[in-house]
Design a protein around this ligand. Structure first.
Ligand code: IMP
Length: 181
């Protein structure tokens, strides 16, 4: 890779591979929607690029909303406690909801959000995640749409960060342990 931001980073999925998979996911979601309307809920900040691309691969009358959560601490691994730091702008009662997440890891975040959203009694609630790390699961939760299932690696790029950096990498890269910041 030519740019210094990529120095020492191994690419796991290229932008082309991501684009192809996102297009396939969009087609499947369109089929499953059967012409109904959709509310796409992005989990900030990591899901922003995925939501932007996935939404344009879905043929439906769709709106966007966003939530933000934080797990306490800045370490690479989730510390266990999830806190809502930005709530939905609009009610999702009676709506078809698609929660859009960058990566399903321990499942703590999506379990928390699913419980929260179901309290509003949406018509349907599905989850789309670009990446899934099933070996890391603590909470019993699966996504309805998974881009790629990956082993226990820490990844960055295409929205995903390490200490808020690297979100703008167009490819998904592996963050090696002990990588210099
Ligand atoms: P979970 O609550 O453990 O499922 O983790 C969800 C959140 O942890 C994701 O939305 C990411 O923000 C973050 N996360 C988990 N694994 C990674 C990773 O490999 N790279 C970057 N962020 C990650």
């Amino acid at each position: 890779m030519a740019t210094t931001i990529y120095q020492g980073l191994e690419v796991l999925y290229t932008r082309q591979q991501i684009a192809e998979r996102v297009a396939e996911m969009g087609t499947q979601i369109t089929i499953d929607l059967k012409g109904e309307k959709l509310v796409m809920i992005g989990v900030l900040k990591g899901a922003a690029p995925f939501l932007a691309d996935l939404s344009r691969a879905i043929q439906a009358d769709a709106t966007f909303d966003f939530v933000a959560t934080s797990s306490y601490g800045k370490e690479q691994r989730s510390s266990g406690a999830v806190k809502l730091i930005k709530d939905l702008d609009h009610s999702i009662e009676g709506k078809n909801v698609l929660v859009v997440e960058d990566i399903l890891d321990t499942g703590l975040t999506l379990s928390y959000l699913r419980k929260l959203f179901l309290q509003q009694r949406p018509k349907s609630l599905r989850i789309a995640t670009l990446l899934d790390k099933p070996s890391r699961r603590i909470e019993k939760i699966e996504a309805d749409y998974v881009g790629f299932s990956i082993p226990n690696l820490f990844v960055i790029g295409y929205g995903m960060d390490y200490a808020e950096r690297y979100r703008n990498l167009p490819d998904i890269c592996i963050m090696p342990p002990g990588h210099p910041e």
